[in-house]
Design a protein around this ligand. Structure first.
Ligand SMILES: Cc1cc2nc3c(=O)[nH]c(=O)nc-3n(C[C@H](O)[C@H](O)[C@H](O)COP(=O)(O)OP(=O)(O)OC[C@H]3O[C@@H](n4cnc5c(N)ncnc54)[C@H](O)[C@@H]3O)c2cc1C
Length: 1016
């Protein structure tokens, strides 16, 4: 693609030379005199983001203003300032912003005597001036930064500022600050803000005509609580009318109305919304509608063509803002997590720069259907565009308020015929900070032009090097850029393939795959040496529709189970002698088969397990990852014996071998991934396996074993026994049993443990993974929007039927009301329904018994007067086992004594000074599976990690979805025995160790020693 770009953006050498000269003079002007530098450049220079201080300042700013209580604010400041050396950092800088920031933070440090440790700074200061004074000083910095980067706290103030002094040279597009809406109430609030702002901007717009007239920038994510690709029908029905209302209001004032560009997975959705809005008849003939397009996206050129064709078909002009893009790090991470075939964005900065020029060229060629608006702070990009664009009346530049001031002041002095518009954030400082931090992080990246221009050590020649030259000169390894997501785990293990559900073509492909894979009723039976065993026949019903029979299953009797054990025992020796590499190769083949048959597997996971599309996809991926990971681990750790140190004349080695027959008993909540994960580990370690899937999901178990046999795992080595807990218990009595892998309830694990202890003969090891009362602790520094997203995912995804799911949310009381309101409001927007519909967020629970148990718990809470209870008022589909999300606020941690396996969240409040007590109460439950923590205070993170014994701790993110090899999973205490599934110690538990000592000197003396003697 880069090759094509290089051809598409021709170099006119004379024009390039003129652009070079202009870029150099702009950069020189920016670098001359500190007075000309904008705030960000100064700030980054004084506190480089790579230093602790730079990051600490940003984190402090981001979180401080939302902390309502003094205690937590103090701890946050202590955490961030106590470790910074503000005074040293600021020496040599004389601009007002830095001086003031240094003063507010530095003065506190100056009050301390020399020789005090950084850790003691805040404690010492607090003793001398009191913590409130420190708090005030730190808040002052934040306010100062806010004043610099926000145009006004209200639209009126912002408009006044724009109308005064030098500000009048610019056009404006106002932006209402804030995070995306999580609730309907928040979306409504933003809508009203936008409406009020449009009215005010319109009233102040004077006589200017478009395109010079003022405008507004709108974020669609602020206007709908589920602005996501899979909710497309709902978004079009609910969001489009609101955007039309805003656009009509903007049209009434003839304003420029721009839809901001957001994450790549929302691109197609945003284009749908834009097309639907533009089709509104009342907007006909209006040339002020616009959209932003991100040049770092590989699809940018296509989007420009789309916009041009749309403008043409509607016989009007669109205003198109070309940006490079603000979410690069998020896009890269998401593509890796989702296992996409490639990144949606370029992975080389020069490729983004070059694509920007290619896009600009395409837009300029589409004039007058498109009015190009070039948003950049890069002097080289600006200079190149001045050359490319020609007629200055036919386009404009754009910059962010508080950034790029010197660059554009200098440009406009040279070229007063060129126009520039300022993107002007409006809102309270509290709302500004998240925006500010994103901007600073983005522009503080080493590759960023703004960061480089601020660094006097970067020569101008480097800054004006054209992207074409950089790309052409790149070494092969640079040319490759970031490794693509499939190679995330290096050469030994391929990442499993995912699907971007926001990519319509990819989603349609997946849905087609599933439709083709969906079969009629299935018949499952135990597989003894691959042959179907007889047994009592039962119907299998779908949790989606309890009346729909999706197949039958024959439950094994005890004789059949014994036959499976005996045959597996006979097959063990040969399998154990099969080279590790060969065993691993068969697992890898199974992984490939799972990938190939994904549609069929997902169809069955939906029908039998009631799992949503997203869940199914991640489950198939996890199963694939398990197979590939254990295969790679076996090659790494089991293939060769380990040579041990010892005396000369002796060869000492340790090797690992299979144990014998391992029984794998797995649950219904991950009927494929956990089932195959246990089996894969036991097999590759050299064991033969008798697998017993959960009685609720025999069809998936049967399909999975069939695939394993197809992957050349010998039928005698892998046996399938279908039935309930009783047949599982019977298997464990067999004398051939050499190991047990179990995932399920704590009660069953305890019963298995007792049963094993009562056996005669060798002691059989048990690897048990059980549940937990998983808690998340949230303090007042956490971002409520992030808490809300993470709580929703952790509690309600998979209808709460994950062992890692959040059961107990512990909110610091100072923020509890606001957080709870947002969580409940957001949960009310989750769609409960048929999991085969990609728009469903919550499917059914597994069966009637599970539903009844959850309803009983809900009734018990209600009877005890505990609220608030059910969230939302959506009618539940009548045919399946659906349970609506519930939230119950309980008085204390000890009120939740057992795991409630469903979409039910319990909440407790805690006081700022009582974190230790809370942690002690949580530890007292005896469980230790997952634990979540949301805070910006590093000391609290370290403290919780020290004091809690949970198996998986998640900080500032959701607490489910452990990734194989990345987050090895499993608990301690009542939550499991370890070792962790998907971790480096798991395989060994399925092996026996053998030490081999050979006296190499037994025959003929120690020739090796004699030969190695040095000559003297
Ligand atoms: C008026 C205005 C409106 C804006 N509106 C939006 C908007 O609606 N949506 C939005 O997303 N952003 C928006 N932005 C932000 C904009 O995307 C950034 O300000 C912009 O990316 C900075 O580009 P630059 O030319 O100033 O800087 P430069 O430093 O020249 O370029 C930075 C760009 O390079 C990219 N980059 C860095 N490293 C790499 C790499 N290894 N591989 C590939 N690319 C890389 C960065 O992600 C970034 O996009 C807006 C900016 C302005 C000025």
């Amino acid at each position: 693609m880069v090759g094509r770009l290089l051809q598409d953006v021709p170099q006119d050498e004379a024009a390039a030379a003129r652009a070079d000269a202009l870029a150099r003079s702009l950069i020189e002007a920016v670098r001359e005199g500190s007075g000309l530098l904008g705030g960000v450049e100064e700030l980054l220079h004084a506190w480089s983001l790579s230093t602790k201080e730079g990051v600490a300042l940003m984190v402090l700013a981001e979180s401080l203003l939302r902390v309502p209580d003094a205690d937590t604010a103090d701890r946050l400041i202590e955490d961030k300032i106590g470790h910074g050396q503000w005074l040293e950092q600021t020496s040599g800088s004389d601009t007002f912003l830095i001086q003031a920031a240094a003063w507010a933070l530095g003065i506190t440090a100056r009050m301390l005597g020399p020789g005090e440790t950084p850790e003691g700074i805040v404690q010492g200061l607090a003793r001398r001036v009191g913590m409130p004074a420190v708090r005030v000083a730190a808040r002052q910095v934040v306010k100062l930064m806010g004043d610099h980067f926000v145009m006004g706290e209200t639209i009126t103030a912002a408009l006044q500022r724009a109308a005064s002094g030098e500000a009048r040279r610019y056009r404006y597009s106002y932006d209402m600050l804030g995070e995306g809406a999580r609730t309907r109430v928040d979306a409504r609030k933003y809508l009203v803000h936008y409406q009020q702002a449009i009215a005010a901007i319109g009233a102040a717009a004077g006589k200017q005509k478009l395109p010079a007239r003022s405008g507004i920038s709108v974020k669609l994510s602020a206007l709908h609580p589920r602005y996501e690709a899979t909710s497309v029908a709902r978004v079009l029905a609910e969001l489009v009318p609101d955007v039309i209302a805003l656009a009509r209001a903007a049209r009434a004032h003839e304003l420029n109305f721009t839809i901001d560009a957001e994450e790549a997975d929302r691109l197609e959705l945003s284009l749908d919304v834009i097309a639907a809005v533009l089709a509104d008849e009342q907007l006909a003939g209006w040339d002020g509608f616009g959209l932003a397009i991100q040049a770092y996206q590989k699809r940018a050129l296509e989007v420009i063509d789309w916009a041009r064709d749309l403008a043409q078909s509607m016989s009007r002009r669109l205003m198109v803002r070309l940006v490079k893009g603000a979410y690069w790090d998020t896009e890269v991470k998401r593509a890796q997590e989702r296992g996409l075939a490639d990144y949606p964005v370029f992975t080389r900065k020069s490729a983004t720069d070059l694509n920007y020029l290619a896009c600009a060229q395409r837009m300029l060629a589409a004039r007058p259907l498109i009015y190009p608006q070039f948003a950049t702070h890069n002097a080289l990009t600006v200079a190149a565009l001045v050359e490319l664009a020609g007629d200055p009346a036919s386009f404009e530049f754009q910059r962010l308020h508080g950034m790029g001031e010197a660059l554009y002041r200098s440009l406009l002095e040279r070229r007063p015929d060129i126009a520039c518009r300022v993107y002007a954030p409006v809102g309270s400082h509290r709302d500004l900070l998240a925006y500010l931090v994103r901007r600073l992080l983005e522009n503080g990246a080493n590759s960023s032009f703004v960061a480089q221009v601020a660094d006097p050590d970067v020569p101008i020649a480097h800054l004006v090097r054209r992207p074409q030259e950089r790309l052409a000169a790149a070494a092969p390894e640079q040319r490759r850029g970031l490794a693509p997501p499939p190679s995330l785990y290096g050469e030994h293990r391929r990442n499993s393939d995912g699907v971007e559900l926001g990519d319509r073509k990819a989603l349609a492909g997946l849905l087609h795959e599933i439709a083709v894979g969906r079969s009629g009723p299935r018949r499952a039976a135990s597989l003894i040496d691959g042959r179907p065993g007889k047994g009592s026949e039962r119907s299998v019903f779908s949790p989606i529709d309890a009346r729909r029979e999706i197949g039958t299953v024959a439950w094994a009797d005890e004789d059949l189970a014994d036959a499976a054990m005996e045959s597996a025992a006979r097959a063990f020796a040969t399998w154990n002698e099969t080279p590790v590499g060969e065993r691993a190769a068969r697992l890898t083949r199974l992984a490939d088969l799972l990938q190939d048959r994904r549609g069929e597997i997902i169809a069955l996971l939906q029908d039998e397990g009631g799992r949503t599309l997203d869940d199914c996809l991640s489950e198939v991926r996890e199963a694939i990852d398990f197979c590939r990971y254990y295969a790679a681990e076996a090659r790494r750790t089991l293939e060769r014996s380990e040579k041990l140190p010892g005396p000369t004349g002796e060869d000492n080695r340790l090797r690992y071998r299979g144990r014998g027959v391992v029984v794998c008993i797995s649950p219904w909540n991950f009927p494929l991934a956990i089932f195959l994960g246990q089996i894969a580990a036991a097999l590759v370690a050299g064991n033969s396996v008798v697998a017993k899937p959960a009685e609720q999901t025999p069809l998936i178990g049967h399909l999975a074993i069939g695939l394993a046999h197809e992957a050349a795992i010998p039928r005698e080595v892998l046996q399938l026994v279908l039935g309930d807990g009783a047949i599982g218990a019977h298997l464990l009595k067999h004398r051939a049993l050499a190991g047990v892998a179990f995932t399920g309830s704590g009660e069953t694990a305890a019963a298995i443990n007792r049963g094993l202890a009562a056996r005669e003969g060798p002691i059989v090891p048990l690897v048990a993974e059980t549940g937990g009362i998983n808690a998340m602790v949230v303090d007042a520094t956490a971002l409520p929007e992030q808490v809300t997203d993470d709580v929703l995912t952790s509690s309600f995804r998979s209808a709460g039927q994950r062992c890692s799911a959040l059961r107990l949310l512990c909110l610091q009381e100072d923020i509890a009301d606001r957080c709870l309101e947002m969580i409940a409001g957001a949960a009310a927007e989750l769609r409960i329904g048929d999991p085969r519909d990609p728009a469903s967020h919550i499917g059914p629970v597994i069966d009637g018994d599970a539903k009844a148990a959850l309803e009983q718990h809900i009734a018990g809470m209600r009877a005890a007067g505990i609220g608030p209870g059910r969230i939302g008022d959506q009618a539940l589909p009548p045919t399946g086992h659906y349970v609506a999300p519930h939230i119950f606020e309980i008085a204390g941690v000890d009120q939740l004594r057992r795991e409630v396996f469903g979409p039910i969240l319990h909440v407790v409040r805690w006081r700022a000074r009582e974190l230790d007590r809370l942690l002690a109460d949580l530890a007292a439950s005896g469980y230790g599976l997952t634990f979540g923590l949301q805070t910006r205070i590093d000391a609290s993170i370290a403290h919780a990690i020290r004091h809690l014994n949970a198996g998986n701790i998640y900080v500032n993110r959701n607490m489910i979805g452990a990734v194989v090899g990345t987050q090895p999973f499993g608990g301690v205490g009542l939550s499991g025995t370890g070792p962790k599934a998907g971790g480096p110690n798991y395989l060994r538990r399925f092996t026996t160790e053998q030490t081999i000592t050979i006296n190499t000197a037994a025959a003929g003396g120690n020739a090796a020693l004699m030969a190695s003697l040095p000559t003297d």
